[in-house]
Design a protein around this ligand. Structure first.
Ligand code: GRF
Length: 218
């Protein structure tokens, strides 16, 4: 017994705070918010940030009662100035994890290194294939049979950080870009909450540049 007051107990672990950074639609943000609502996320989305004031995902966040911030990249003279303002705004929310979910700006090395091991990104391809933009179009042009999406830790190597989870989809003969993108997106909505949950459960670690996934606690 601790302290002899008859009321000793283990303090509950703090719920992990998640900041989500977006640029647009926000369907991956919605997948996270829905997973949280269903009790499938060992964390809480506490802050949503966007570089675009008109991003639809901001409206969704407000509807769900989540704090939002806009750091409009067009208001800054340089990438460093934008990165600095975005980092300051993210840090104000004191997140345990930063999730880039459809954030369409390349971030400088200084920004990225500040969040080493606590910032992840969802990318619509089976990395290392198709880093960068227009992934579905490029996969179709190459006539690959398999495509998909990846969640990875963010490092200064754009779309090149250590992989956490990947989801595969078969490429069909009659696929066009929109059809393929829609099937990949459905898988993104599954693996991003899974990866975020692993992190929030303390089961995901970046160690010497490699991802370690730990077994669940019993
Ligand atoms: C997703 O396909 C994501 O992988 C990519 O941009 C898209 C964003 O979609 N980086 P949404 O804003 O989450 O709906």
């Amino acid at each position: 017994m601790n302290g002899g007051d008859g009321n000793a107990r283990v303090a509950p672990a703090a719920i992990a705070r998640i900041s989500v950074v977006i640029s647009g639609r926000g369907s991956n943000l919605q997948a996270l918010l829905d997973a949280e609502r269903r009790g499938e996320l060992a964390g809480s989305v506490t802050h949503v940030l966007s570089n675009r004031p008109g991003a639809a995902g901001l409206a969704l966040a407000r509807e769900r009662g989540v704090a939002t911030s806009v750091v409009d990249h067009t208001a800054f003279a340089s990438r460093d100035a934008f990165d600095g303002a975005l980092a300051a705004e993210i840090d104000r929310g004191e997140p345990d994890l930063v999730v880039l979910a459809g954030f369409m700006r390349v971030l400088g090395a200084g920004f990225v290194l500040h969040y080493t091991g606590r910032m992840i990104n969802i990318h619509p391809s089976l990395l290392p294939a198709y880093a960068g933009l227009h992934t579905h179009r490029r996969a179709l042009a190459d006539r690959v049979r398999e495509h998909g999406c990846s969640v990875h830790f963010v490092t200064p190597d754009v779309d090149g950080g250590p992989l956490i989870l990947q989801g595969r989809v078969e490429v069909r003969d009659d696929d066009d870009e929109a059809a393929l993108a829609a099937r990949v997106l459905a898988v993104e909505h599954r693996i991003l909450p899974q990866a975020v949950n692993l992190y929030c459960e303390g089961r995901l670690r970046l160690s010497s540049g490699r991802v370690e996934t730990l077994a669940p606690m019993r």
